[in-house]
Structure formats: C-alpha cells, structure tokens
Unconditional design. Structure first.
Length: 416
C-alpha cells in the first residue's frame, strides 16, 4: 500500500519536476524553507540565509511562512508530506512531531548527532530508532513572568508553589484595580496541553508510565482541579484565558494588565522593548510546583528537517546544518529570543552580554519535561486538548475529564 503510494508520488514528482516553481528559479537550485511566523524583524533570519547563499553559489533559498500555531502548521505538513509534495525542501518541525513524521517516512535521515552538542530533551526528540531525523533549532520551556515592580512595592516574593501564586495574585489584584492575577494559554490547542502538563508533572503526575496510560490518578486530579480553580474558584485567572493562545496572553501582560504570565522565553524580548509598557518591570522565575513536587516546565521547541520527497537533498541538508549551527543559533537568540538548543552557547560571552537572563535558563531547559514521546502523539494530544479544555471551561469535572481522556488514549495506543 505504502510502496504503491510512494511509486505514484514518485511518478508525480518526476512529471512535475521543474514545473512547480516560478520560471525565474529554473536553472539554479531554489530551496523552499517553510517555517512558522517569526515574532521580530524577518531580516535577521534573511541575513543568515543570504550568508548561506553566498557560501553555496547556484543555490537560492526562498522562505515561506506558515501561521504561528503549531496545530495549523501540523495540518499543513500532514497533508503535504503524506502526498509526498516536493514543493518545499526544508521545514521547521515542532519537537512533538519528529517521531511520527520519521515513522511515516516523511523526513530524511540526517546521520548521528554530535555527542553533547544539544540539550538531551531535543536530542532525544529528534532521534527515531537510533538515527536523527531533524536537528534542534531552538528550545522552549514554560516560564513564569512576573511584575517585579509590584511584588517589590507590596513586599512579596515570587511564588514557589501554585498555592503561593494564588495568594500573591489575590493580594495584589485586590489592591490594583483592573489587574488580573495570572494569565496563561487555555484555548483548546497544543499550548493548553503544554500548560496543563506543567500542573500534572509538578504534582508527581504523568500521562504515560512504562507504556501504560496513568492519567486518571489522584495527583493528576488534584493538579487539574487547581488549574480549574484558578478560573472558577479563586478567580485569579480571567475566563477569557480559556480561549487564549501565546500572543493574546503576552499582550495582556505586556499592556500591564496582569501580575503573572506563563509563556515561552520569546516573550522576554518583547518586554525589553523600551516602548513596552512593562519595560524594566518584569522578572522571570521558574514555574510554581505543588508542595511535594518540583517545578516542571514543558519542553517545547523547533527543529529543522529535510522533506524526504525534496529534489534537493544535499543542499537541503547543508541548509539545515548551517541554520542549526552555533553561529546561527547565537544570532537567532539575539534577534528573536529563540533560545539556543546548544548548551555551549549558555556560556557564550557575546550572547550573555546581550541577553543576560540566558545564563539562568540552561538549568530550566535541562529540567524541562517532554510531552509523552510516542509516534501517536498528535492523536493523544487531541484527546488531551478536548478533555483539559472541558475541565477548565467548567463543562466537565477534572475527575470526569481525566477518566474520559484515560479511556480514549488507551483506545488509541491499544490500536497502534
Ligand atoms: C511553542 C513550543 C512548541 C509547542 C507550542 C504550543 O511553539 O515551542 O513545542 O508545541 O508552543 O503552542
């Protein structure tokens, strides 16, 4: 079945070779590089690509941008990679997709990783059956942003536990009219899974253990109940958060309307802009935990891979190597707040001079918790997205949501 599909796709690719791209690009090799929307000046990435082109005469690179949301990008890739499209060569892949894409035969194998060059989390995520199918581009982990000025004013410390956070948020929100306590990403999408797992994991809970689904546990019930209570009982989180992704929550905090924000490291750069209303007023801390647990930021991040159906395999591999190299990761960190996936850069004097907070993040990244690693991840996530969303929206109790998700995920993994 698969080989027949491959055969047809190959025929299609041969017939289309050279026809699918604009005429001005025929002759020279043009690589199409697909990646999500950048938050920052696109010229910084372009300047790096120009440098690659100068070092590779006869190779041009065209960038094509997809929406920022991981879920929308996944939809694009699932359709086009499945159809063996050769319309793009290099792609940015979310850390959770590599196993599934590699198993489907959609990504080119890239050889062995340099030992120790990348953080363990992303290095494991790009490896499928002992081989790398993508190279880590930048790494993400959930962080707690807080209004340093307000905590100082009221003599309060950044919270260590989720319960401390509720206490501090209520105290400050009670004194500053119009101020929300805590904003995060609660829309039914991949970001919600990242957020919810930070509560479960920081209470000793898990989704899978030794290949078994362990969602319906007392630790997870307590954790999801606390997350739901933020909105419905303690009211430190506005109900609008149940439809918020990264950018709307960042804007709310950036407009000075929230005391705490959970977001990825990229948000830091925006708050450093002198025109930002919160410029100079923001602190960063590890995410809170439950009293007996540990802070458990979700590991995120993006990798670069070569489309297995690309007609320009070698040039594409060279571009992936270049853009994930030390020099490129340093520049992208400064330009976009993309945190390097290479631990060596966390000791880099140039980077530390421009991004002083970077040094503290190495510890957070090293401790970040991956989402369940399974080639069925996207299906598992869809279940988690709908059940977590039902819980935080008050449509299902945390207990019922977890029991429901447990049954559905057992069915997915059992049928694999
Ligand atoms: C960030 C993370 C990614 C995650 C996504 C969810 O882009 O890097 O891993 O899936 O957010 O919204």
């Amino acid at each position: 079945m698969l080989s027949r599909r491959r055969f047809i796709a190959t025929l299609g690719a041969a017939a289309l070779a050279g026809c699918g791209r604009p005429a001005r690009e025929r002759g020279a090799t043009t690589l199409v590089f697909k990646h999500g929307k950048l938050f920052g000046d696109p010229r910084a990435l372009r300047a790096l690509i120009d440098e690659f082109e100068r070092a590779h005469p006869g190779v041009a690179v065209r960038e094509e941008t997809l929406p920022a949301s991981s879920d929308e990008q996944h939809q694009f890739y699932a359709i086009n990679l499945q159809a063996r499209s050769e319309a793009f060569d290099v792609l940015a892949v979310d850390i959770i997709w590599v196993a599934g894409f590699a198993r489907a035969g959609w990504l080119r194998e890239l050889g062995a990783l340099e030992p120790g060059a990348f953080f363990d989390g992303p290095a494991e995520a790009v490896t499928w059956e002992g081989k790398a199918y993508a190279l880590p581009w930048f790494v993400d982990a959930g962080l707690l942003y807080y209004r340093k000025d307000l905590l100082e004013k009221y003599g309060l410390a950044p919270p260590e536990t989720w319960h401390d956070l509720v206490g501090v948020a209520r105290e400050v929100a009670g004194r500053v009219p119009g101020m929300h306590g805590f904003v995060w990403q609660g829309k039914q999408y991949e970001g919600l899974v990242c957020n919810a797992l930070e509560y479960l994991h920081s209470n000793g809970g898990a989704v899978l253990a030794d290949g078994r689904v362990v969602l319906d546990s007392p630790q997870n019930r307590e954790a999801l109940a606390l997350m739901t209570d933020l909105v419905h009982r303690y009211r430190v989180t506005p109900a609008s958060v149940t439809t918020a992704t990264e950018e709307p929550s960042r804007h709310l905090f950036g407009q000075g309307r929230a005391l705490f924000l959970r977001n990825w490291p990229y948000a830091w750069r925006a708050f450093q802009d002198p025109s930002s209303r919160v410029h100079g007023k923001v602190g960063i801390a590890e995410l809170p935990r439950f009293p007996d647990g540990r802070s458990a930021p979700t590991l995120g991040g993006w990798q670069l891979a070569v489309n297995a159906a690309s007609l320009h395999q070698e040039e594409s591999k060279a571009l992936v190597k270049f853009l994930t190299g030390e020099k490129a990761q340093r520049r992208l960190a400064v330009a976009y707040g993309f945190q390097p996936a290479r631990p060596a850069l966390y000791r880099d004097a140039e980077l530390l001079a421009t991004q002083p907070f970077v040094g503290r993040l190495a510890r957070v990244f090293a401790a970040a918790r991956p989402r369940p690693v399974t080639p069925q991840y996207v299906r598992v996530s869809q279940v988690l997205q709908s059940d977590f969303s039902a819980a935080i929206s008050g449509l299902r109790t945390p207990q019922a949501a977890l029991a429901h998700a447990q049954r559905r995920i057992e069915a997915i993994l059992g049928a694999d």
